[in-house]
Every structure is written in structure tokens, then in C-alpha cells.
Write a protein that binds this ligand. Structure first.
Ligand code: NAD
Length: 518
């Protein structure tokens, strides 16, 4: 394969620049003009209308229907697996260079349509402009990064040469993959898991989240335009509960790549572990799950910077990131001044429709998400002291105020359970060692951050803070492809390290070939 330029992260558009502002405003208008369009299923080359339709709403204004999608049935799920299985031999033998070239093309097409995708994310996922821009940029990064990774893995692998033998090891694809992404990075995560599967030579059934199916349908257009054959992937829209089990249990499914909640991930892992009649492999499950991420604030840290980082990590995209800070653990010596700074800043946050750039926070994703978050806030009122927010916000969408609950004990539910909304628990630690102990007092282990100027404390955190992604003196969200391979420990998942050099190996198996010579 030709020499490839070094990977660089896709730069974010700066929306204070008038040209970028006009571009996204134009894209928002264009996308709005496509609201209410109907999307059929496509299995193999065939378009299918089931008549059972899913309405995807704009969470900023629930009277608006972003897209209408025909839902798959169990029978169609089975058909999709059979179709993917039938095409696997052909796709798996397509030279890796061709698949890599298609993936670079997908990156180029996404870059060309970036503002349009930003706009779909604003309207279907409730992301603000900068959050949407980060999501789409990450999707481009995954394409560019995994294309390079596949080019590396397609080449000769280093093995010892025994005397009298020619020894080699090659990576080959697995088979049919079921890709199940969440709605919260409806482009980046969906793209990352899908293109990792495809570029390694697997065929794919992508079951998008029912909250964000239009974004998935739009990405399918990108794959087709980039040259991925129509039989190499199917987008199977439908409720996870209805078609999920069928896809996961099918004997011809070879692997499942899942990102979502702990409970669904555990269920998939359990179902996939049971061999079905006719199944001739152990299914591989790559599962990235929830988080209860903490930022530790040490006594000697810069409190303004720490408060700003906690705020951005807790309330960016309404706290709906697996990496979001939902626990601030603060040394008792600076607890009061830190809380004061944090609360003052939080009260200035503006909440409202995500297409209006004056709002720092948009809506949460759905009525059921809002209900669950508000229930947690009620629990939190009994488990601590509400110092900011604590109530829903009026409007046509699912708005919730940024909420801070102070003096929370580590046994409290709001300290232990993932809320997945704009709710932050603040807990007092006796000293730094206690703060680390509290940070680790969780079944999850995804991201974490420490604010400290004490090198010995940072050394202790490096050794003891048990999370897959650890950050010092910065926010705990915003992992960058290539720089911060992403994935968590314990109930946060299988630590697959998306966007890192180990990731594509999860979608491949190695074949060793030894030839006697002489
Ligand atoms: P979810 O578990 O409800 O759904 C995830 C996906 O699984 C969706 O596509 C859904 O339709 C599907 N699904 C639901 N039931 C299923 C079943 N029985 N069989 C098969 N598929 C099924 O999660 P969500 O609400 O979409 O996303 C939020 C969760 O994702 C949070 O817990 C968050 O922490 C986690 N998350 C983790 C990471 C990570 O990298 N660790 C990244 C983003 C989100």
C-alpha cells in the first residue's frame, strides 16, 4: 500500500467565524426541509417497507418529526444475517487496499457533508453546534484512523523464521458482525464500530438506536457513495428489544460490537455466550458500557480551572456522555470555595433548543430519559443538598436544568448509579488518599480526572485510579482518536480501546502459515 500521510485529527469548525456560522445555518435550513421524510429498510439490494413505522422526534421540539422509519421484524433480522453471511466470502476476499480506499473515501464524503451531518445531530440528537461538530469530526477521525490501521495490519506481520521454514502470520476477518450503537454519539460511535467491522473484511448488520435512526440512514448513503457494496452492510432499524435478541442469537452471527448501557451489554454477552444449534464458533462480544466518572479536586489545585472542567464534563451535551463527570470528589480543605465557584458558574448556563447557539445545553434525548433523570433528582434531594437546578425547564422539548447535589455520601444511589443526564453529585473527601478511594468506589471504571499540582499525588492517581481513560488537570470528556484510545474497566465494558492501535484486532483473527522449504 502506498505511503500514507500521518494521521491528524479533523479540526473543529469555529462557529464564531461568519463563514462557518452561515454554513451551519444553511445546513440547518436544508435539513429542516427534509423533516418527516420516510426511510425504508434495505436488505441486500432490496428496499422493504414494513408499514410498521418509527417516528424520530426533535427532542428540542417534540412536535417536529425528523424522520419516519420502517421497522424491521424478527423475520427480516434473520434474512439480514443470512444475506450478510452469503456475501461474506466475496467481501472477505476483496483486497484490503480496496477496502482501505473506500474508507478514506467515506472520510472525504463525511468531510464534504460535515455541516449537513452537524445539522442532523442538532435536530435528531439534541446536540448544540459545537457538540455536533465534535461528534462528526470524531466520525471522520475513526474512518481516517482505521483505514491506516488496516493498511498496517494487511501487511506482513513479524514472526520468527525457523530454520528450514517460511513462517508467516496473516489477519483474516471473522464473519458476520452485528453492530449495536447508542444514541448519544449517534454518528461517531456508529461509524467507528461499523467501519472497523467493514474495513477488516466482515459483513455487517447495523442496528441503530431507535432515538437516532435518521443519522444512521444518512451514513448508509455515505458508505454506498464510498463504494462499499450494498450487500456488505444492512441498516436494520427497529427496537433493540424486538430484533436485538434475534441478531445476537443467530447461529451465523460471528461477533457483536455493542456500545450502550450496562444492563443491555450484560444481556447481549449472556445471550451470545450460548451456542445455538448449527453454530460452529464462540461468538466474540465487544461491549462498551456505562460510566460513573469522577473528577478528584486536590487541596492545592487551581480551583477556577477545576470548576470549569467539572462544569464542562458534567453538563456538556446535558451530561449524556459515557465519559461525563457525574461525581466531583473534593478535598475537605477546598470543598466550600470549590462548591461556591461551581454553583455560581452552573447558574449561568443557558438551557434551550439546541439549534439556537446561545444555549450551552439542549434537551435530553427523550421523555423516558427526562422522567428517569427527574426521578433521580428527587432521590438526590433526599441524599444530599441541591445547590443548583433540580427542576425540569419549560419548553417544547425535554429540558432539564443543570443540577448539582452537594454533600453526597458514597453509599447514595446518585453516587453509585449512572443517571445519564445533567446531574452532578459533589462529595467531600478527608484527604487525597480518601478522594482516590471514593473515586474507585464504583462498579464502573471508564474515565476519571484529577486536578492537582502535587507530583506525588498524580503518581498515586496514575497507579491507583482504576479507569480506562485517566486525565490530569483537564476535563474527563473529549477523548481524541489516536491520542486517547477509549474504553473502560469493570462494568464499563471490555476495554476495547476504540481509536487506538489494538482496536481492529478485535474484528480479526490471526492465521499462522508455516511452509517447509529445502
Ligand atoms: P442502551 O443500552 O439502552 O441501547 C444501546 C443500543 O442497544 C441501542 O441501539 C438499543 O436499541 C440497543 N438495544 C436495546 N435493547 C437491546 C437488546 N435486548 N438486544 C440488543 N440490542 C438492544 O443504551 P443507550 O441509552 O442507547 O446509550 C446510553 C448508554 O450507553 C449509557 O449507559 C452510556 O454510558 C453508554 N455509552 C457507553 C460508551 C462507552 O464507550 N463505554 C459510549 C457511549 C455510550
Amino acid at each position: 500500500m502506498e505511503n500514507l500521510a500521518e494521521f491528524r485529527n479533523e479540526p473543529y469548525a469555529d462557529f464564531s467565524v461568519p463563514a462557518n456560522r452561515q454554513a451551519i445555518e444553511g445546513a440547518l435550513r436544508d435539513v429542516r426541509a427534509q423533516f418527516g421524510r420516510e426511510y425504508q429498510l434495505r436488505i441486500g439490494g432490496e428496499w422493504i417497507a414494513t408499514g410498521d413505522k418509527l417516528h424520530s422526534l426533535n427532542p428540542s421540539n417534540t412536535r417536529e418529526v425528523v424522520g419516519i422509519h420502517h421497522k424491521a421484524t424478527k423475520e427480516l433480522a434473520n434474512r439480514a444475517v443470512e444475506c450478510a453471511y452469503a456475501f461474506f466470502p466475496e467481501w472477505s476476499r476483496t483486497p484490503a487496499e480496496e477496502r482501505v480506499r473506500m474508507l478514506f473515501d467515506a472520510a472525504r464524503i463525511l468531510r464534504r457533508r460535515k455541516m449537513e451531518f452537524d445539522a442532523w445531530l442538532v435536530y435528531e440528537a439534541g446536540k448544540t453546534w459545537p457538540e455536533a461538530e465534535a461528534d462528526v469530526s470524531e466520525a471522520i477521525d475513526f474512518c481516517d484512523y482505521y483505514a491506516r490501521e488496516m493498511a498496517r495490519l494487511a501487511g506482513p506481520q513479524p514472526v520468527v523464521q525457523l530454520p528450514g521454514e517460511q513462517d508467516e502470520m496473516v489477519y483474516i476477518p471473522l464473519g458476520v458482525g452485528v453492530v449495536i450503537p447508542p444514541w448519544n454519539f449517534p454518528l461517531a460511535i456508529l461509524v467507528g464500530m461499523t467501519v472497523a467491522s467493514l474495513v477488516t473484511g466482515n459483513t455487517v448488520i447495523l442496528k441503530p438506536s431507535s432515538e437516532t435512526p435518521t443519522i444512521a440512514a444518512k451514513f448508509a448513503e455515505v458508505l454506498l457513495e464510498a463504494g462499499f457494496p450494498e450487500r456488505s452492510f444492512t441498516v436494520l432499524t427497529g427496537s433493540g428489544a424486538a430484533v436485538g435478541d434475534t441478531l445476537v442469537q443467530h447461529p451465523k452471527t460471528r461477533f457483536v460490537s455493542f456500545t450502550g448501557s450496562r444492563d443491555v451489554g450484560l444481556r447481549i454477552n449472556e445471550l451470545a455466550a450460548k451456542a445455538q444449534p448449527g453454530q460452529v464458533w464462540i461468538k466474540r462480544v465487544i461491549a462498551e458500557m456505562g460510566g460513573k466518572d469522577a473528577i478528584v479536586v486536590d487541596a492545592d489545585s487551581d480551583l477556577d480551572k477545576a470548576a470549569e472542567a467539572v462544569l464542562v464534563s458534567a453538563f456538556g451535551y446535558q451530561g449524556q456522555k459515557c465519559s461525563a463527570c457525574s461525581r466531583a470528589i473534593v478535598d475537605a480543605k477546598v470543598y466550600d470555595p470549590f462548591l461556591e465557584k461551581l454553583t455560581t458558574k452552573a447558574k449561568t448556563i443557558q438551557v434551550g433548543p439546541s439549534d439556537d447557539p446561545r444555549n450551552y445545553m439542549g434537551p435530553v434525548i427523550s421523555a423516558s430519559a427526562r422522567k428517569s433523570i427527574l426521578e433521580y433528582i428527587e432521590t438526590g434531594k433526599k441524599e444530599g443538598r441541591v445547590v443548583a437546578g433540580g427542576e425540569p425547564r419549560d419548553g417544547d422539548g425535554y429540558f432539564v436544568a443543570p443540577t448539582i447535589i452537594a454533600d453526597v455520601d458514597s453509599k447514595a444511589r446518585i453516587f453509585q448509579e449512572e443517571i445519564f443526564g445533567p446531574v452532578l453529585a459533589v462529595t467531600k473527601a478527608r484527604d487525597f488518599a480518601h478522594a482516590l478511594e471514593l473515586a474507585n468506589d464504583s462498579e464502573y471504571g471508564l474515565t476519571g480526572a484529577v486536578f492537582s499540582n502535587d507530583p506525588e499525588h498524580l503518581r498515586q492517581a496514575k497507579e491507583q485510579f482504576h479507569v480506562g481513560n485517566l486525565y490530569f488537570n483537564r476535563k474527563c470528556t473529549g477523548a481524541m482518536v489516536g491520542a486517547h484510545p477509549f474504553g473502560g474497566f469493570n462494568m464499563s465494558g471490555t476495554d476495547s480501546k476504540a481509536g487506538g492501535p489494538d482496536y481492529l484486532l478485535l474484528f480479526l483473527q490471526a492465521k499462522s502459515i508455516a511452509r517447509k522449504v529445502g
